[in-house]
Each structure stands twice: as C-alpha cells, then as structure tokens.
Ligand binder design. Sequence first.
Ligand code: GLN
Length: 495
Amino acid sequence: MSASSLLDRGVAAIASAIRTGEARAADLVEEALARVDAGERELHCFQTVTADEARRAAEAVDAAVGRGEDPGPLAGVPIALKDNMCTRGTVTTCSSKILENWIPPYDGTVVARLRSAGALIVGKTNLDEFAMGSSTENSAFGPTRNPWDTSRVPGGSSGGSSAAVAAGYVPVSFGSDTGGSIRQPASLCGVVGIKPTYGRVSRYGLIAFASSLDQIGSFGVTVADATTAFEAIAGHDPHDSTSINLPAPSLAATLGEGVDGLRVGLIEDFLDQVAPACAAASSAAAEALESSGAKCESVSIPEMLLGLPAYYIIAPAEASSNLARYDGVRYGLRVDGPDAEAMNGRTRAAGFGPEVRRRIMIGTYALSAGYYDAYYGQAQKARTLTIRAFDSAYERFDVLLAPTTPSPAFKFGEKTKNPIDMYLSDLCTIPSNLSGHPAVSVPFALDENGLPVGVQVLAPALGESVMLRVAAVLEAAAPGDCRGPVLGPRSSTHA
Ligand code: GLN
C-alpha cells in the first residue's frame, strides 16, 4: 500500500481528482478492492463485499465525468456501510442468522443519498448482531479484528466499519450509534466517529434496534473526511417522522475556524471510572484546547453516571418491541413447526443469538405489567434527569469534553463472560444518546501498548458545527501516530 496513493489523500482530494477527470473512479475502486482482498482473511471487516456493484458505480461516475456532469461531493470515493442499512438487491444481515439471506427491496435514505453523491459502495460491514454489543463478538458470522492489533477487538457494534477505515480499505464508512456504536469503535481503531443530533440523519432503511436512540453517522480517517461524509447523509427526510425539518448543515467550510473564546467543560465524573490512559487523554485534550484559546474548566455532572443503567432498560425495552417483527413470516429465516406459535418460537430460537435473546427478555420483563413502573418508568425518569443536567451544563459551556471509552481496545474474550463488563464499555457514550445530542470521538493519544485512545467532544442539539471545530483543533494537536490508517494490517505486535 503506497502512502502517496490517491486513496490515502482524503475525500476532498479524491472527489476533486475524479470530478476533474485527473483520476478514474474505476482505478480507485480496484485499488480499494485489492486492499480488501489482501486484508480480509485476517480482519473480517466485511459481511459482504459488493465488488461488481462498486465497479458498475465507478463506471457510471467516470461516464458522468466524461459527459461533463458532476457526479457529486463523494465522486468516486469508496465507502463501506454497516450491514444494518438496507441496500436494494444486496443481502442485509444485521450480522444475524435470522436475516442471513434477506435482500431488501429498497435502499435506505442514507444509502440512496450516498449513491447520488457519487460514492462507491464497496461492501457491507460486520457488526454485533442487531447492533447489540461493543466488540463485534456478538456477530453470528464471527468477529472483526482490530487492524492495530489483531488479538484485540475493534469495538462495536460498528466494528467492521471502524476497522475498514483503520485498515485503509476506504477513507470513510458509515455506522449507527444507539449507545456509542460509532464513537466507541472509532476510539478503539484510531479513527474519527461522528454521532449526529437525533433526527439530523434519516433512519428510514436502518434496521431498528432502539428507535428513540438510533442514529446513523460517519467514520473517517480525518475530521474533515468524516464531516464531508456526514454532510452527504444529513438533512430532512419525510420518510422518517423523527427527522428534523432543516436542510443539511454546511460544516466542512467552518472546520478551520478554531476555538478562540469557546467555553469547554471537562466532565470530571468519568475520569475516575476509566483507565488512566483514557483519563489522561481527555485532560490533555482540555489543555490543548486551552492553549488554542478556549476557556476550559472541570465540571461535575453526576447525572452522567445514570445513563448506563437507564439505557440498559430503555434500549432492550424498545428492542423487544422492534424485534417482534422477526416472526418467520415477514422477514428472513423460517423454521417450520406444527402450528404458527411453534414455528414462530423455533424460528426465533434458531435465528437470534444469545445477546439478542437476553435483550428481548430483559426488555419484555421491564415492560410487563407490575414491573413497568419499577424499571421502564424509573429509567425514563433517569433519562429526563440526564437531559436536564446537560441543559444546565450547556448554559455554562459551548461544548463538553470526556473520554470516549473506559479503556483502549481489549482482547477477544476479555469481556464476554459477564455481560455487565461489556455493557460498561458504553459508560461515557450513552448520555448523548439519551439526550439526542451530537458527539464525536477523535483519536488523541496512544496508550502504553501503542493502542489508540480517543477523546469525545459533546455538544447540544444541532451543535455539530462548533463540535466539529473543536474536533479539528484536537486533531491538529494530537500526535500523528495515534490515528489510522494502519498501513497493512499489523499482526499482534503489541500483544
Ligand atoms: N454497545 C451498546 C449496546 O450494546 C451500544 C450499541 C449501539 O450503539 N448500537 O447496546
């Protein structure tokens, strides 16, 4: 892999070279596919590689340029999509046996927007089954490995998408974030991950996990790349009733405006809950912002620690309802039985893995008569307290700063014995999902094992512009070796 390849020069350079006819999308897609070929045996980022379709898209882009047309802001950019986004004609599994052979009859809005922006979809990436997990170990089709150290997880649930960028296959990819599934794997893979404001990006065609929390966002090697990718998918969509009726924001243009005079609060409540390297990275990030002209202060927001227990009631409750549709009739797998109830039970027992079954049971229990007030009702109150705590913090601060994760990338099997250990991975990311606020993870340091550590910038609703400006300043202050792509998957040199 040559570092001077166009594929490594970022989205703006790629799109401009393709639009001017300086480079051909057909060549670029071959290079991306060759990288995928070389890396996949070891990494397993993809559930499905859509080579033929990507080649056809590249030809169409080159032909449009030939006719003097503009193929769009992502002209010729190879991308990867988490396999919980519906792609017309391409199997969409959610990394679950229940959808193993399911081919959607339509494109989700994000997918359609990316196609019309000129992007080349190279494949569908691996995830924890139905996006439930933090390591991709819950995929029914085997985990993804972290390109920084293949004995470690890439994070999850969008681990295939974060690893595909970290491995240098594609400059940008897309995932979904319900409790941290973009930011946590971004942090563990040394890439940038953006979770937008709830309602900024359409959920139409995103396979539902917990609908009040789910949001699609982007991964990129750089803040600029992830931002351009986000711009391409954002904006109102009448097909999603929770979509915010505002035009797509223009963000890339203001990324360089700096942080002079911005008020930044470093959330101190997480610092003694996370590994020293993660706490140190966020404190160092605060100092870097301070030296760039921001005013940083520590702030205690104890309600942040209510997020995790509240989420692990609310998300399973919504999932138990959303996943009722996999009944052996409408979608995917069917295992026959003597009557409809037996067929339904057998199908679900065979089709869902252990973590999905656990969530359905927890959610059904929390919603059942007699327990609803004690569990679901309490969790909703905790959600309200979290939102109010954010609201009062944002009276004093423009953005908040926090660790993204409690630890850098962990080893396979390290957190699979006790589900709570895995759930704790989302401690610092969940509050922004409960409030519907945007947040971004930026690579900021390396730990003692040479693994990347991200920091998180949190902003109030629709605060993406200021949030990404802060992210850009952090990126410029971070050591260059803490971010991907890792050129050529490294084997376990850090083990
Ligand atoms: N890891 C969290 C969970 O298991 C979050 C998942 C997500 O954001 N999709 O629920």
